[in-house]
Design a protein around this ligand. Structure first.
Ligand SMILES: [Zn+2]
Length: 185
């Protein structure tokens, strides 16, 4: 049903969000905050829904403390993550970077054949997909821990990232919130 609604272009969530926002604003005490991260920390993590409202308290991070860069599978595909980390360092005073993966990641073991089929079904034409390695394009990962280690390396190896900024790699358990250090820089 959701699928059909989206195809027809219905605003499934917009009204609900706007109503929630109205209530939020009514009860919120506005305050001015600096855009500089108070803990001088940047975090590269996954867009997984289960990390929302979970990762920050699990790391002792509050509003205003850290730059959080999220994408599918906390991956570095193309230049966008490097761009954001660089902006965090050079423009926003970040002095330490953490790549935080999680177990049971939706980007692990992506079925690229199925994904390609779905893309075609939704109107992406053959020509667009021809010659594209979908696994690479979407940033599919094999093992979550190995991915964190690889992403730490990619950030550290980038010529745009200064050598004196430590880049650590960690992984969080979505069930109990326990974190494990994979790379201590
Ligand atoms: Zn994930």
């Amino acid at each position: 049903m959701v699928y059909i609604n989206h195809i027809l272009g219905d605003k499934v969530m917009l009204d609900e969000v706007l109503k929630a926002n109205e209530n939020f604003v009514k009860n919120f005490e506005p305050k001015k905050m600096s855009h500089m991260p108070q803990k001088k920390l940047a975090i590269v993590t996954c867009m997984d829904t289960r990390l929302t409202g979970f990762l920050e308290p699990a790391m002792g991070i509050e509003r205003g403390d850290a730059k959080i860069i999220k994408n599918a599978g906390n991956a570095v595909v193309g230049r966008d993550v490097i761009r954001s980390v660089a902006a965090a360092i050079y423009a926003l005073g970040v002095e330490e970077v953490m790549v935080v993966g999680h177990y049971e990641c939706g980007m692990a073991n992506v079925n690229s054949e199925k994904l390609t089929e779905t893309m075609k079904m939704r109107g992406v034409d053959e020509e667009t997909l021809s010659g594209v390695n979908i696994d690479e394009w979407i940033g599919a990962i094999g093992n979550e821990e190995e991915n964190v280690i690889k992403v730490v390396e990619k950030i550290k190896e980038s010529p745009f990232i200064p050598e004196d900024v430590p880049v650590h790699g960690l992984i969080i358990d979505l069930y109990d919130g326990k974190m494990k250090v994979l790379v201590e820089d």
